[in-house]
Write a protein that binds this ligand. Structure first.
Ligand code: GLY
Ligand code: MN
Ligand code: MN
Length: 454
């Protein structure tokens, strides 16, 4: 069944017009993609339209293609299969779709393409696109010919319009409900999957889904841990990195870390407060003109200072950052763009995240930084510092060498009831500063403990 979303006064025509102005007479084809089979052709993963398509047309229409022919936009939609109504219900007619997207709609069979049509790969369904265009199209790879289209999309999607911000707020609201439910559901003896279920049920109930595979784990030191089978022990911290995706495709991305017992131990609280202060100070520095990489360095500096105050690190905080010592405990980047994708536009590689002339560093501590642009109003980013006790890092002879004795393992051993702590919020850059879209989610220890008590 084609689902028509309750969209507000259509932002899509305005977005298409902006893109068309940049494209001029160069043709472009924007594909929605197809659902990928799970086991056999009729048993598919849930369809998720490509984000560039959703940005311009707003509706998850499998197999649809938006075509800019140099003069006009037309949306080409596959005609329903003869028995489709039997299995999937009546589909919206072309007139109805046209009214919703404010764009002429024609059957896909009527599509005729000129030469040199630019496109962007989709997560799924590139074979069809390749057959239409007569050239190879691969996810994660751009032809030179497609680069101007990619750059134009990036310029548009980097700065969220009002409709996008409304969607990000809706994602934040659902994400807040999920974290409240997770905190309330947590108790010793449950499995991680039970807390995950409590959290994700908030999305299902709202007709939403997850923006990425939920991380709900007592092994928060495994950064993208999607295993949910551990039992919650009374001394464990539970790290929950869970975000909603709205029906329109917009993402929330929030992490909180709470004590299974309902009360942070003294050691858990000490490290948690280092992360929280680091996050608050970093968020306070978000404003237009600030270079995102400098926010990463600021967070690293604050973590180094906090760890030094606890005796875990020794030495000058600036040197602990410059020499990469703090990254033994904070190995990832401070965050990323967020929008229709949780890591927005990462399908285009670093082209979206890195400003022209900037490239990703190769050294440990900076090589996982996904964003290095100067912030502008309307951008949305995450700020997500963390501290992790990762045996593979702490025992790595090369990395140990860089610490030169400045990481006190004996002091760190006192924090044996901590494996990983991350605190993550979604931030909208405003004209003068920043708005924390996910501010409603408890973060101060007393607030988290209260939320857990229900
Ligand atoms: N949830 C993935 C991330 O925080 O980047
Ligand atoms: Mn994130
Ligand atoms: Mn996250």
């Amino acid at each position: 069944m084609r689902i028509l979303l309750p969209v507000q006064a259509s932002p899509f025509a305005a977005r298409r017009e902006c893109l068309a102005r940049v494209l001029g007479n160069r043709q472009a084809l924007i594909a929605a993609g197809r659902a990928r089979p799970r086991t056999y052709a009729a048993n598919t993963f849930p369809f998720r339209a490509a984000s560039h398509f959703l940005y311009l047309f707003g509706l998850p229409l499998p197999g649809a293609l938006g075509h800019w022919d140099g003069n006009d936009w037309t949306l080409y939609v596959p005609e329903p299969e003869p028995d489709s109504a039997l299995w999937h219900g009546a589909e919206a007619g072309f007139d109805e779709i046209a009214a919703r997207v404010n764009c002429p709609v024609r059957p896909r069979s009527a599509l005729s393409l000129g030469r040199d049509v630019a496109t962007l790969p989709t997560p799924d369904g590139n074979d069809e696109l390749a057959a239409l265009l007569g050239r190879s199209i691969r996810a994660g790879h751009l032809d030179d010919h497609d680069v101007p289209l990619a750059e134009a999309m990036i310029a548009l999607r980097l700065v969220h319009d009002e409709a996008a911000v409304t969607e990000l707020r809706a994602a934040a609201t659902a994400t807040a409900a999920a974290h409240a439910a997770g905190m309330k559901a947590t108790r010793p003896g449950l499995r991680e999957s039970a807390v995950r279920a409590a959290m994700e049920s908030e999305f299902v109930a709202r007709g939403m889904t997850v923006a990425y595979g939920s991380i709900v784990t007592v092994h928060g030191e495994v950064l993208h841990n999607e295993h949910h089978g551990n039992l919650l022990g009374p001394r464990d911290l539970l790290l929950a990195d869970v975000g909603a995706e709205t029906a329109g495709g917009w993402a929330g991305d929030v992490t909180r870390t709470w004590p299974v017992s309902g009360r942070y131990s003294a050691t858990q609280r000490d490290l948690y407060e280092v992360v929280r202060q680091g996050q608050l100070d970093t968020i306070a520095a978000v404003r237009p003109g600030v270079r995102y990489r400098d926010l990463h360095l600021l967070a690293a500096r604050r973590l180094a200072e906090g760890l030094r105050a606890l005796g875990v690190l020794e030495g000058d905080p600036a040197e602990l950052v410059a020499d990469g010592v703090v990254y033994l405990l904070f190995p990832h980047g401070i965050g990323h763009l967020i929008g229709l994708d949780v890591h927005d536009m990462e399908d285009l590689g670093d082209r979206a995240g890195y400003a022209p002339g900037r490239t990703r560093a190769t050294e440990f501590g900076l090589r996982y930084l996904r964003l290095d642009r100067d912030l502008v109003p309307g951008m949305a980013v995450t700020i997500e510092p963390g501290l992790y006790l990762v045996p593979a890092i702490l025992d790595d002879p090369e990395l140990k060498k860089r610490a030169q004795g400045r990481l006190r393992r004996d002091k760190l051993d006192a924090f044996s009831d901590v494996r990983g702590i991350r605190i993550e919020d979604d931030i909208l850059v405003t004209a003068n500063g920043a708005e924390v879209l996910t501010a409603a989610i408890p973060k101060a220890p007393a607030d988290v403990e209260r939320a857990m008590a229900g």
